[in-house]
Design a protein around this ligand. Structure first.
Ligand code: AMP
Ligand code: ZN
Length: 136
């Protein structure tokens, strides 16, 4: 289902024009308007899901296959040296548009972008306590 108030529903459905790289029955892939690098693309499912938690299992399974195809095209056509797949869920994680999407970000040697985190240094005890919080 589309959501009337959702900009990515409108883009995915073709109501708002976009720089479309690929489209099929279930997805539209567009260029990001504020790209991190040359070729930064967004994979938009046509069906509205706010985030990963709302995504259907079918779409979840299809989206990584599509990301793989888009990644291969980026390597072939843009000659990027690497790629980041980024998928933000929730404001705390930097999600600004509440319609699930996957960023495909081509990376070039020396591109100056920094899509990384500051590594922590927990003790073995802290790691064990986190493990237990997750699985026990
Ligand atoms: P996120 O922070 O993961 O929610 O990413 C949202 C992304 O959507 C950002 O990289 C924006 O630059 C991009 N964006 C927002 N509006 C548009 C739009 N109308 N067309 C293309 N990209 C957009
Ligand atoms: Zn939507």
């Amino acid at each position: 289902m589309k959501r009337e108030d959702c900009i990515f529903c409108k883009i995915a459905g073709g109501e708002i024009p976009s720089k479309t790289l690929y489209e099929d029955e279930n997805f539209r892939v567009i260029l990001d308007l504020s790209p991190a690098t040359r070729g930064h693309a967004l994979i938009l499912p046509k069906e509205h899901a706010e985030d990963l938690h709302e995504l259907s299992d079918e779409t979840a399974a299809e989206v990584l296959v599509l990301a793989k195809k888009i990644a291969a095209v980026m390597v072939k056509r843009l000659h990027c040296d690497g790629l980041n797949l980024v998928q933000n869920n929730g404001e705390a994680a930097g999600q600004t548009v509440k319609h699930f999407h996957v960023h495909v970000i081509p990376r070039y040697k020396g591109d100056g972008q920094n899509i990384n985190w500051v590594p922590g240094s927990p003790s073995q005890e802290e790691l064990e306590s986190i493990r237990e919080a997750i699985v026990e």
